[in-house]
Structure formats: structure tokens, C-alpha cells
Design a protein around this ligand. Structure first.
Ligand code: RP5
Length: 179
């Protein structure tokens, strides 16, 4: 990283050797949402890394990260941000890797600002946009897994098993919680 920042170096919450997926987020405050992506990738045994990379507070860190991502062996980047959420789009501008954007639920506008900022990329630089909040983070990880599974039969089997377990966990009839 070329930038001298007043903040600590990018925090790696979970980093496994030879990561295939990079999870980046604009702020520590995004972790409560993005940890759901981290959890799914861990469950599916997908090597990944998690970093705080802000498009506006650490622009050089973002450029360094995105420009080096393909060369470091990453296949997919999941980028979560809130508010004027330019992180996924700016990341996609610096890399040919697929970038999946997660709109973090903002306090002021409940994530509608994040969603519109991420989803409305002008033609030419795509960002695959997921739902607002933890569902989006979870689905971003599942989508990253599906992309990687196209080339990795063992991962494809783990993903199918994960989905089969989910299907089996759905009850036929609703129950009332006991007080
Ligand atoms: C964005 O601003 C981040 O992605 C975060 O969702 C939002 C608020 O950041 P903090 O002020 O909580 O650091 O850059």
C-alpha cells in the first residue's frame, strides 16, 4: 500500500492463504453487514480476505488493491459500502475481475442511497449489485461461490450440499414460538 494513512493499516478480520475472493468495505462500521459474506465463504471453505478500503478516505489503498487483485490470484471482489457508495464502482474501474456490490443500510436513508449509488453504473463498467444489508452480503458470497464453482467441481459439490441443507431446514408448516 502506497498511502500513508493516519488510520491503522487495512484490518484483516479473516485472511486465509491464497485468497480467491476479496471482501472490501468502506468502513469498520460496514463489518456488521459484511461479516455475513465472510461467514458464508468460511462455511464453503473458500479462501478469502477481508479489508477496509475506502474510495474517498483511502483512495490510493483502493487503487493499489484493485489494480493488484487479479495478479495476486483473486477471482472475485465483494465490495460493501454505504451512503454515496462509490467503492464498488471505483474498484470495478481499476480491475477486470467481477465486482459484486453490497449496499450497506445507511442511517439517513435506510440504504436506498447506497443501493442507487451502486446499481446505477453507467454502461461500460459493471457492478453486480445485491440487496441492501445482510441479505445482500450473504448472497454476494453465494454468488461468488457460484462463479468459482464453474471451474472447481469440489466447490460445486459443497455449494450444492449447502443449498440442499437449506432446503431441508424449511418446515412444511409454521409454528408459534413458545413464550
Ligand atoms: C462509507 O460511509 C462506508 O462504506 C460506510 O457505510 C459509510 C459511513 O462510514 P463511517 O462514517 O461509519 O465510517 O464510506
Amino acid at each position: 500500500m502506497s498511502e500513508t494513512s493516519p488510520l491503522p493499516a487495512a484490518t484483516s478480520q479473516t485472511t486465509t492463504p491464497d485468497p480467491k475472493v476479496g471482501i472490501i468495505m468502506g468502513s469498520q462500521s460496514d463489518w456488521d453487514t459484511m461479516r455475513h459474506a465472510d461467514a458464508i465463504l468460511t462455511e464453503l471453505e473458500i479462501p478469502h480476505e477481508t479489508l477496509i478500503v475506502s474510495a474517498h478516505r483511502t483512495p490510493d489503498r483502493l487503487a493499489d488493491y484493485a489494480k493488484s487483485a487479479a495478479g495476486r490470484g483473486l477471482s472475485v471482489i465483494i465490495a460493501g459500502a454505504g451512503g454515496a457508495a462509490h467503492l464498488p464502482g471505483m474498484c470495478a474501474a481499476w480491475t477486470r475481475l467481477p465486482v459484486l456490490g453490497v449496499p450497506v443500510e445507511s442511517r439517513a436513508l435506510k440504504g436506498m442511497d447506497s443501493l442507487l449509488s451502486i446499481v446505477q453504473m453507467p454502461g461500460g463498467i459493471p457492478v453486480g449489485t445485491l440487496a441492501i444489508g445482510s441479505s445482500g452480503a450473504k448472497n454476494a458470497a453465494l454468488l461468488a461461490a457460484a462463479i468459482l464453482a464453474l471451474q472447481e467441481p469440489e466447490l460445486a459439490a459443497r455449494l450444492e450440499a449447502w443449498r440442499a441443507l437449506q432446503t431441508a431446514s424449511v418446515a412444511n408448516t409454521p409454528m408459534t414460538d413458545e413464550e
